[in-house]
Every structure is written in structure tokens, then in C-alpha cells.
Write a protein that binds this ligand. Structure first.
Ligand code: ZN
Length: 359
């Protein structure tokens, strides 16, 4: 299938015919060698009327599993199954990807996250140009959007919906997002309250009246199963929930909403042994890991201060002061969680060699 090379403004004017699927590379700029830096976009338009849905990944270019999931979803999607239009962006932060980096390292004076910019800027630093292309051109006609994430390079994340709530969302957008957050079908729904005025793709699209949520699962820099399949299941559920795809939603037996999250960080440097894994329920006071020195003496035992679910675990044992071992999302769901029927794909999540406390 041919690929059209276009500028962001040219992409905005493109009209994909009903029943067609087209590929684009939307040029953001050039590297220092003059090579093109471009965002890949796939547009799939059905014959039937329906919404325009934006599916994105790769805001953080280290989140390979989510990039793979959106790439696979876009590759498989056909006009025959779509009502309306699905716009698929597997890699937003193409300039960062080139450097195998979470963020584009050459923005001056400060390396910038797409999610921290108040707005896109056509003539700004590289990351501001990416956000401009995304929100002002690629997402210009979106009615609904889903942003897909993985995790930081050192860790593994249990699947969850992330519903960033700034308070700036119009009420009808907020209500729709809460509904979509459940229907995307993950067991954990993180209602994530952040200060008003926050930028980035999700808050900008929400404030514009386009209900946008995020999902997250996986390991940094890896695309091992079952994570890409778990993310594809969520993407398809989202598209079904907004009417772009037909079929039944794949829902879990239990869903839990969480708001408060506590990071458990090391005070001492050394080697860590983690006693928990993503998706595990822990109770206040439970030891989640140890830090030992090179003589194998225990320097520190780290305990969870709250009841809750372990969502992210660090997989790298080299620990300095402040290193994040894991996080806990507060809930008292307890036994109900431990006795639930785990979804088939989530059952396959393993963390080889999770340590058990030793004397
Ligand atoms: Zn991310």
C-alpha cells in the first residue's frame, strides 16, 4: 500500500473516500543529517456513517508494547468493519523514537514531554511541533480519542484506564469519559485528579469537547505478550463503545475505581528484592521489598502505608536513594479482588523470579 508524504497542514485537507484505507507520513521536521522526521498515520473510513475516532500511542517513545498494539490494530483494521473513520497514530513522538529515548533529547533549553505542553506550536521546538501536528491537524475532526501507554523503561504496569481529570472538562465530556473509562474494560480505573490547566493531548482534546481517555499496560522497551493483546482488546472495546466498531464489549468480572496512589521509594542505595507483583493486593504494613548492600545485609525493608493494588513494579534492582520500587493504588477491595475471576489475558501476566521474603 502506498504512503503519502504530507505536511501537517496538508494532512488536514486530506479526504479519505468511504470504504478506503490510506497511509500517511506527516512530516514534523528533519534530523541533523537532513533525514525526515515524520509521524505515521493510518486512516480507515467505513462505508457507513459513524464517529471519527483517534487512537494514539508513543507519546513516550519507550512504551514499545503500546506502540506495537496500536500498530497491529491499525494494520489489521479494514473499512468493512468500521462505521465512520478511525485515525490510527502508532507513534506520536517520532523524534524521541529515533534516539531510543522516552522524550526528544534535543529540545532546548529543557527536554519536554508532549503531556506537559499547554499547546502545540507550528514553529516551536520539536516536541511542540509534534503536539501541533497531533491536536491541530491529525486530531482536527476527532469526536473521541484514546491515548495508549506502556510504562517507564525500568518497570511493568498492570492494565488500567487512566482518566486524567483537570476539572476543565465540559460536564457532558466528563460524563462520557467516565462511561468510556468503564467500557474500555480494564479491572482498574484510575480517576487521576491533576491541576487545572494541564496541557498535552488528553486535556487539550477534552477541553475542546472531544472525550479522551488513556489506557496503560506493559513493560518499558519491550512488547512481550500478553500486554499488546490486552491493549488491543481495550482499543477494540473503546471503538465499540463509541460506535465505530460493532460487537459485544469484553468486560472483566470486577472493576475497581482508584484515585490516590502512593509511590514506594528507597531511602538507601543497594540492590532491591521485590516481594510483590503488578495486580497484587497488599495490606497496610505489608513488606513489599528489601534493599540489601553488597555484604547481603538488609539496609531497609519497605512497607506499604496503605491498603491497595500494586500497579507498577520496577524490574531493575540497581537502586539509589529515591528509586521507585513500586506504587500502590488505594482501595479496600481486599478479598473480593483476590477471589475474583481474572480475565484470561491478565492471567498470563507473570513476573519471573519475584522474590519471597528470606531470613
Ligand atoms: Zn506513557
Amino acid at each position: 500500500m502506498p504512503v503519502k508524504h504530507v505536511t501537517p497542514e496538508e494532512f488536514k485537507k486530506e479526504v479519505v473516500a468511504p470504504g478506503a484505507k490510506e497511509r500517511f507520513l506527516v512530516k514534523i521536521g528533519e534530523t541533523s543529517t537532513g533525514s525526515e522526521v515524520a509521524i505515521p498515520v493510518v486512516v480507515v473510513r467505513g462505508q457507513k456513517d459513524g464517529p471519527t475516532v483517534l487512537i494514539t500511542a508513543g507519546q513516550h517513545a519507550e512504551e514499545t508494547g503500546s506502540i506495537d498494539a496500536v500498530k497491529r490494530f491499525g494494520g489489521q483494521l479494514t473499512p468493512e468493519e468500521v462505521s465512520g473513520t478511525v485515525v490510527v497514530v502508532p507513534l506520536q513522538n517520532a523524534p524521541a523514537w529515533i534516539h531510543r529515548s522516552r522524550l526528544y533529547p534535543f529540545d532546548a533549553p529543557t527536554v519536554t514531554d508532549i503531556g506537559s505542553l499547554p499547546r502545540g506550536e507550528a514553529g516551536g521546538v520539536m516536541t511542540a511541533r509534534v503536539l501541533y501536528a497531533l491536536v491541530d491537524c491529525i486530531a482536527a475532526n476527532a469526536n473521541f480519542a484514546l491515548d495508549v501507554h506502556g510504562t517507564h523503561l525500568d518497570s511493568m504496569n498492570y492494565p488500567r484506564t487512566m482518566t486524567i481529570i483537570t476539572g476543565d472538562e465540559p460536564p457532558e465530556v466528563h460524563e462520557k469519559r467516565l462511561e468510556l473509562s468503564r467500557k474500555v474494560g480494564y479491572e482498574v480505573i484510575h480517576l487521576w485528579k491533576v491541576p487545572s490547566g494541564r496541557g498535552g493531548l488528553t486535556p487539550i482534546l477534552n477541553s475542546r469537547g472531544c472525550p479522551t481517555i488513556a489506557i496503560e499496560a506493559g513493560e518499558g522497551w519491550r512488547n512481550l505478550e500478553p500486554f499488546p493483546s490486552i491493549l488491543i482488546r481495550g482499543i477494540r472495546n473503546f471503538c465499540k463503545a463509541v460506535g465505530a466498531l460493532s460487537g459485544e464489549l469484553e468486560m472483566p468480572s470486577l472493576q475497581v475505581e482508584v484515585t490516590r496512589r502512593v509511590e514506594i521509594t528507597a531511602n538507601h542505595g543497594g540492590l532491591s528484592n521485590l516481594f510483590v507483583m503488578p495486580g497484587q493486593y497488599v495490606r497496610a504494613g505489608e513488606v513489599v521489598g528489601q534493599i540489601r548492600d553488597m555484604f547481603d545485609d538488609v539496609l531497609e525493608e519497605l512497607k506499604t502505608p496503605i491498603n491497595g493494588l500494586i500497579i507498577r513494579c520496577s524490574l531493575l534492582p540497581t537502586v539509589a536513594t529515591g528509586a521507585r520500587l513500586c506504587n500502590v493504588s488505594e482501595t479496600d477491595i481486599g478479598e473480593k479482588w483476590e477471589k475474583r475471576v481474572i480475565p484470561e489475558l491478565e492471567k498470563q501476566i507473570t513476573l519471573s523470579g519475584t522474590h519471597r521474603p528470606r531470613k
